[in-house]
Design a binder for this molecule. Structure first.
Ligand code: NAD
Length: 360
């Protein structure tokens, strides 16, 4: 298969970590008989430096022409970088919002995995962390409260602010289908999270998810109220496989889930649209404080590349080979500085990429 991959190296540590992810993809392609065409795409600060704007029409067209896009991270030091002297619509992060919109990326996937070897970084009690966990949070990204009508009015001299939380059944159905498809590739369980005891939008959410579930008899569906889910994530995270939820609940729960893993340099993410296209990137930012030092952890980006193989290209065996290689390197005690622990061997960005390649 030829994989046509757009590549946004981005800013800060972006180019360093994307270089390692590409190295790993090349190794997988070589081993399994695929070829890869990369198209470099400028976005964020790197695009501002060349074009004066964080995202050009050309960059959008290049992304659209790719099967998937692999991204490092964008942005600089928000207090010292000249990019942040520009008006908000011209700053690096505006490019990210614009590309998500242009590509209609409505489904955000954030895995939260606690590796046995990194259990020490988990802030939860040992009896909970010892069980490990491996969940995927699937968050609706383009609807709900953040995109609803909002206004601030004054009634009888009292200011009043109104935000609107609206979902139509089509918006719910398309993300539910994605969640069940992804559960089929994992442990076949979906926990749909809502506030159906209070909100109409949640009652519709629940009804549509129940309908979609009928097409997936192998998948176990459960519904959970969002307040309970927030508790369960710290009490018993091992119970979850795929968590499906709307925009604001997902915003909060995915941050909570990543915190309990304790390792920001390990967390991948993806944003998908109606087709098989996806934008794959680490959950962390561009870490300008360590950029250019060769010490950034490339694993989140490497695992994002693995997600790309699994969800855009349906290459599960190839994706497994990356995930296994990452686990193996951790088992052998190699660590970048951010996840370093006593008795382990500290390595830099490039060495970590090399070790993962060697184990594929
Ligand atoms: P950050 O995630 O870049 O860094 C937070 C801390 O984690 C820093 O100490 C950093 O050194 C460390 N860190 C992050 N990734 C690491 C890695 N792979 N290996 C080792 N250490 C790592 O968050 P921030 O400092 O709040 O933001 C920096 C810039 O990144 C800002 O411009 C912000 O807007 C941008 N940002 C971009 C994205 C994105 O591209 N999607 C996401 C978040 C933040």
């Amino acid at each position: 298969m030829n994989l046509n991959i757009g590549c946004i190296a981005g800013d800060g540590i972006g180019p360093e970590i994307v270089r390692e992810a590409r190295k790993v993809l090349d190794k997988v392609a070589d081993k399994y008989g695929h070829s890869i065409t990369y198209t470099d795409i400028l976005m964020g600060g790197a695009s501002i430096d060349v074009h004066g704007v964080p995202l050009t029409e050309e960059a959008i067209a290049q992304a659209k022409a790719s099967d998937a896009v692999l991204m490092g991270s964008i942005g600089g030091d928000t207090t010292t970088s000249p990019w942040y002297q520009l008006e908000p619509s011209k700053r690096p992060e505006a490019g990210l919002l614009a590309i998500r919109k242009a590509l209609n990326l409505f489904a955000n996937l954030r895995p939260a995995v606690l590796y046995e070897e990194l259990a020490g970084a988990c802030p939860l009690k040992e009896e909970i962390s010892a069980k490990g966990f491996d969940m995927m949070i699937m968050r609706e990204l383009t609807g709900g409260l953040y995109f609803g009508e909002r206004k601030t009015i004054e009634e009888n001299g009292v200011k009043k602010a109104i935000d609107t939380l609206a979902y139509d059944e089509n918006e719910i159905r398309r993300i539910a289908v994605k969640a069940f498809d992804i559960a089929m590739k994992r442990n076949k369980k979906v926990t749909s999270v809502d506030k159906a005891n209070v909100l109409d939008s949640s009652r519709l959410w629940r009804a549509v998810v129940n309908e979609v579930a009928k097409d997936y008899p192998e998948v176990t569906l459960e519904h959970m109220l969002v307040d309970n889910c927030a508790m369960q994530l710290v009490k018993d995270p091992a119970q979850f496989d795929v968590i499906l939820t709307e925009n604001m609940f997902g915003d909060i729960l995915s941050d909570e889930a990543s915190m309990v893993t304790g390792s920001i340099g390990m967390l991948a993410s993806a944003s998908l649209n109606d087709s098989r296209f996806g934008l794959y990137e680490p959950s962390h930012g561009s870490a300008p404080d360590i950029a250019g030092k060769g010490i950034a952890n490339p694993i989140a980006t490497i695992l994002s590349a693995s997600m790309m193989l699994r969800y855009t290209f349906d290459l599960d065996k190839e994706a497994d080979s990356i995930d296994q290689a990452v686990k193996q390197v951790l088992k052998e005690g190699y660590r970048t500085g951010d996840i370093m622990a006593e008795g382990c061997t500290q390595v830099g960005t490039e060495k970590m990429g090399d070790f993962i390649c060697e184990r594929i």
